[in-house]
Design a protein around this ligand. Structure first.
Ligand code: NDP
Length: 488
């Protein structure tokens, strides 16, 4: 096809199918709990199938830990801690480097399993999730012998046994965010992956075996909410790190109040992506799309509240709608897919309920026309205009491929509207003026503020929220602090 310049935007490209194969992955039919360096049958738990949300087919059976399993896991971790904490720091670093290298070696397999288990496009698990997971282990391997420099040259010691609970949106990456700093600081960790996406954490358990990590240093304890609740409350856990919903975060905080157990919470968000009239609008539109449709919008820092300056509102919406029309929704294993499957039937029901509320409250809904597969859980990328700040779709986290557009006239109004949220996780600012970007960024109550980009993650940068988005930071030297006690 050789288009003339004026027809360039109307080109319709045909994509040939580009399916990734899954014949190279090494999955077992059944996974036990990874306790004391080995896979074990649950004592008082059960086996439950994990399914592929794009096909609703079972992939493997996974053990769910019961209360006795949690107790056994804590006992094994406690027994492993003194030796691990006493290892020379460079030795601890060696194990983290090994894990990072093994993640790289098994990257293709991990990417495929992440996509099969969670529904995210292979392009994202291959290019984002897995490389960043390896990068986190590399980063914290580098910190293992420099801990005191990460905390203002103070003398530090590890906390002990940490219980870590992660959600289903970035399963391996969240496991890496949690495990890498904890281990580098000399702690041992018990990780509970999410119910719908346990598989890459279990492959990480195999990687820990391959790396010859001493038994009990990492425990992988799949299960449901009750397993998480038991882990949080288990005697012998010194610190809890949780990523997930604000409701569960609140429950955990209440359970631990007054117990002396340390806690960090990385919770939800309703982040503002602010487009000023002087922004490079085509670039901003790419950032809006990446901000909300990346990972089907299952992103705690998704730019789900789009604030557009009134003077460019129509232009931005028309460019955005045209761009949305070119998103490819469907088989996550196809390398050309942009938007994959919704992670679970429950999550799909939550998205549908909030979108219905948006329509009932009077916002104007547009969803792109696309053929959705018959089986599996799907939701077409959706744009809401005529949204008022009081609408539920402007206030509540949808955690799906749905963006709500609000407008503003002045910089002050943009800041006020962006901060008008009970959350404070992230924000994006699109402007040509550096001074304006810095002025607005310093006025925003958000843990991360991106300028002329969105959803950019790096292991050297701290990530975390304000208000109901939680507390504590992950990533970079700031991510060491929650796993260390300052001695003097
Ligand atoms: P949850 O907060 O319920 O799940 C997060 C993790 O906590 C999972 O491993 C979960 O296990 C576990 N868990 C559930 N209940 C408890 C409990 N009482 N004590 C300890 N751990 C528990 O999130 P959902 O999956 O239910 O998603 C609900 C909403 O939360 C989403 O729509 C989204 O808005 C938000 N969310 C935000 C995330 C973020 O990154 N900030 C991530 C995920 C969700 P299990 O998987 O077995 O339920």
């Amino acid at each position: 096809m050789t288009p003339s310049t004026e027809t360039r935007t109307s080109i319709v490209w045909d994509y040939a199918p580009a399916p990734e194969s899954s014949d190279h992955i090494r999955l077992r039919g059944r996974y036990g709990l990874f306790v004391d360096g080995d896979f074990k049958d649950p004592v008082d738990g059960r086996y439950v199938p994990t399914i592929n949300p794009a096909t609703e087919e079972p992939i493997a059976e996974v053990a769910y830990g019961g209360p006795d399993d949690v107790a056994a896991a804590v006992e094994s971790a406690r027994a492993a801690h003194p030796k691990w904490a006493a290892l020379p720091e460079l030795e601890r670093a060696k194990y983290l480097f090994r894990i990072a290298r093994l993640i790289q070696e098994r990257a293709r397999e991990l990417a495929v399993v992440e996509t099969l288990d969670g529904g995210k496009p292979l392009r994202e698990s291959r290019d984002v999730d897995i490389p960043l997971a390896a990068a986190h282990f590399f980063h914290y391997a580098g910190w293992a012998d420099k801990l005191r420099y990460g905390v203002n040259a103070r003398e530090v010691k590890p906390l002990g046994v940490v219980g870590q609970i992660v959600p289903w949106n970035f399963p391996l990456l969240m496991a890496a965010w949690k495990l890498a700093p904890a281990l580098a600081c000399g702690n041992v960790a018990i990780l509970k992956p999410a119910e719908t996406t346990p598989l890459t954490a279990l492959l990480l358990a195999e990687i820990c075996q391959e790396a010859e990590l001493p038994a009990g240093v990492v425990t992988i304890l799949p299960g449901d909410g009750s397993t998480g609740a038991a882990l949080v409350r288990a005697p012998g856990v010194d610190k809890v790190a949780f990523t997930g919903s604000t409701a569960v975060g609140r429950d955990i905080q209440a359970a631990l109040a007054g117990s002396g157990v340390r806690l960090t919470l990385e919770l939800g968000g309703k982040s503002a992506n602010i487009v000023f009239e002087d922004a490079a609008l085509d670039q901003a539109v790419e950032g809006i799309v990446n901000g909300i449709f990346f990972n089907q919008g299952h992103v705690c820092c998704a730019g789900s509240r789009l604030l557009i300056q009134e003077s460019v509102r129509d232009e931005v919406i028309s460019k955005l709608w045209a761009r949305m029309g070119r998103l490819r929704v469907g088989d996550p294993m196809d390398k050309n897919t942009d938007v994959g499957a919704i992670n679970s039937a429950e999550q799909l029901a939550r998205i549908e309920a909030l979108v219905a509320a948006g329509e009932e409250e009077g916002a104007a809904r547009r969803s792109i026309a696309c053929e959705l597969p018959e089986r599996g859980y799907w939701f077409a990328p959706t744009l809401f205009t005529d949204v008022s700040p009081a609408h539920r779709i402007a206030v509540e986290e949808i955690f799906g491929p749905v963006v709500s557009v609000l407008t503003f006239r002045t910089q002050a109004e943009a800041i006020e509207k962006a901060n008008n949220s009970r959350y404070g996780l992230a924000a994006g600012i699109w402007t040509d003026k550096g001074s304006k970007a810095f002025e607005v960024a310093s006025a925003l109550k958000a843990g991360v503020v991106w300028q002329n980009t969105y959803n950019h993650f790096d292991p050297t940068a701290a990530f975390g929220g304000y208000k109901e988005s939680g507390f504590g930071r992950e990533g970079g030297p700031a991510g060491l602090r929650p796993y260390l006690e300052v001695v003097r």
